[in-house]
Design a protein around this ligand. Structure first.
Ligand SMILES: [Zn+2]
Length: 530
């Protein structure tokens, strides 16, 4: 995707291909952690000279890498015993190993025997700081019914929020993600560490303008605010759009185009028609995608019907928010009319199959597909493992289709369909279908190397089926983003994993000690028989 100019009138000097120098950063940006990221930017201007950094020490990588005698797996085709050449940040050739090596005699070679290359996975919905709530947020419904006296996130101090983002980035890389959409408010705080992680990132700044809606709407909040009509604030809206503008000016197109910025509305419940219009206008003007949480709870659609007389997707349709640039997260509680609106508008659905299953919900993905919605995958809170989400998405959709009357249960979707959601669907959502999503000559070299000589992958009649049904993230031995290894032989090269995990473990123990002391959890276990 070629970034286009913002229409911001005072933004005459911004060039997305050459983001600002570190010296141009404001004091606030430095304090927010953007400095470290931007400093590394100078190193990476030239992708061929670029170094993948390990603990601050540059690790040089040849500009051309050839994976030899390997398998190249795409959702629609699997090629055995071929070579794949990466030149700079692009896939330059796929063909017989002898021929490719002849064309690139000076290339570094990567022995691909017993390995398979897959397109990198694309996570379209992540909240990376939320790893602090692991082992809790998965188990009490949505919105969370376990009322803790202290929220764990509120106990993060100083740079500890960014430490959680680094943990999440480590998890994403080691489980095969190459592109991640980090969607939150004030995402600028973590832009630097995310850019330094080596991941391809979409920074989605989520904004809201409701003054009196706590959101996401819960049944308890509904009971409290039942008679209160939502009030929208022009000031909140302007501040939000300013944050989007600032983030776009600082980061869009940074790191050789590896970082992009999307506008986003946080929630349907907290968005005025004016806010929806502003977000969509910004995306269209700058050729971007945009996102929102949509139909994620019963309380949400009850709230929208009560106050606007429309269900959530109808409200978005009424205010021209649906369309092929929108990738809406969840769509768990959509009725037939909403499914028709989402499908006919070409809205993309980001399906967080794992978190939906945690909540006990199976969204109507089959009907959404039939209606015309492209499907992409995401993780949501706590986990950043799209590899595992693929398996959950496959199995829960099969169960759903069986419930909805499939003649022969267990035929659809196929693992190839789900791999396509995780790669091509994601590429569509991040508005880069021509650059990402498959391993093809001319596309960006975002790929994962899977060790297929594993007890659960041998023999494999169909490697894609074997990987989705039986594979483990630990089968991934290397990950390349934009032509550079961010993990090689299971060692992450962009971060000091050991130090980060030790520090995050200590922070987590401190935080959870305080949280559970203040409000011991009543875990609603089943009664054991026998
Ligand atoms: Zn979310």
């Amino acid at each position: 995707m070629k970034p286009q100019n913002s229409r911001r009138p005072d933004d005459k000097t911004r060039d997305p291909d050459h983001p600002r120098n570190p010296g141009d950063l404001t004091r606030r940006e430095w304090l927010a952690g953007a400095g470290a990221g931007t400093a590394a930017l100078l190193l990476e201007r030239d992708p061929l000279r670029a170094a993948v950094r390990s603990g601050g020490t540059p690790v040089q990588q040849a500009s051309t890498v050839v994976f030899t005698n390997t398998t190249v797996a795409n959702p629609d085709t699997v090629q055995d015993d071929v070579a794949l050449a990466v030149e700079g940040n692009l896939i330059a050739a796929i063909g017989p190993t002898d021929e490719v090596l002849e064309r690139y005699p000076g290339a570094e070679t990567y022995d691909g025997r017993g390995k398979a290359l897959f397109p990198g996975l694309i996570n379209c919905h992540a909240h990376m700081r939320a790893v602090v709530a692991r082992g809790f947020n998965e188990d009490f419904g949505f919105p969370n019914t376990a009322n803790l006296a202290i929220s764990p996130a509120s106990l993060l101090e100083g740079e500890e929020g960014n430490l959680m983002v680094q943990v999440a980035a480590l998890e994403a890389i080691t489980t095969g993600t190459t592109t991640i959409v980090e969607y939150t408010g004030n995402v600028q705080r973590q832009a630097g560490v995310l850019a330094d992680s080596g991941l391809r990132c979409v920074l989605a700044e989520g904004i809201r303008d409701a003054e009196n809606v706590p959101g996401p709407m819960s049944t308890q909040a509904m009971a409290r605010t039942v008679s209160e009509t939502p009030r929208f604030s022009e000031r909140l809206r302007d501040e939000g759009m300013q944050r989007i503008n600032d983030l776009f000016s600082s980061w869009h197109g940074a790191r050789n185009g590896r970082i992009t910025v999307f506008p986003a509305a946080s929630l349907v419940e907290t968005s005025s028609p004016e806010l929806l219009r502003a977000v969509r206008d910004f995306a269209e003007t700058n050729d971007l995608g945009y996102t929102i949480h949509l139909n994620q709870s019963r309380a949400e659609y009850e709230f929208m019907v009560m106050h606007h007389g429309l269900r959530p997707s109808e409200y978005l349709d009424r205010h021209d928010f649906l369309g092929p640039r929108l990738f809406a997260a969840h769509a768990r509680y959509v009725n037939h009319e909403e499914i028709a609106l989402l499908g006919s508008s070409g809205t993309i659905i980001s399906h967080q199959a794992g978190m939906a299953a945690n909540r006990g919900i199976s969204p109507p993905i089959p009907e959404l597909r039939t209606a015309g919605c492209p499907i992409a995958l995401g993780t949501d809170n706590n986990t950043n493992d799209v590899f595992e989400v693929m398996r959950t998405a496959l199995l829960t959709e099969r169960i759903r289709r069986n419930r909805d009357g499939d003649e022969v249960p267990g035929l659809q979707p196929q693992p190839e369909d789900i791999l396509a959601d995780a790669t091509q669907g994601g590429a569509l959502a991040v508005q880069q279908p021509d650059a990402l999503g498959t391993l093809e000559v001319g596309k960006k070299a975002d790929l994962i190397v899977v060790d297929t000589l594993r007890p659960h992958l041998v023999p494999a009649g169909r490697i894609i089926s074997a990987l989705v049904h039986c594979g483990h993230p630990g089968d991934i031995e290397s990950v390349m983003v934009d032509g550079r290894f961010v993990m090689r032989d299971r060692e992450v090269l962009t971060m000091d994993a050991g130090a980060i995990l030790r520090e995050a473990d200590a922070v987590g123990r401190r935080i959870w000690g305080r949280v559970l002391e203040a409000s011991p959890l009543n875990v609603p276990r089943l009664t054991r028989n026998g």
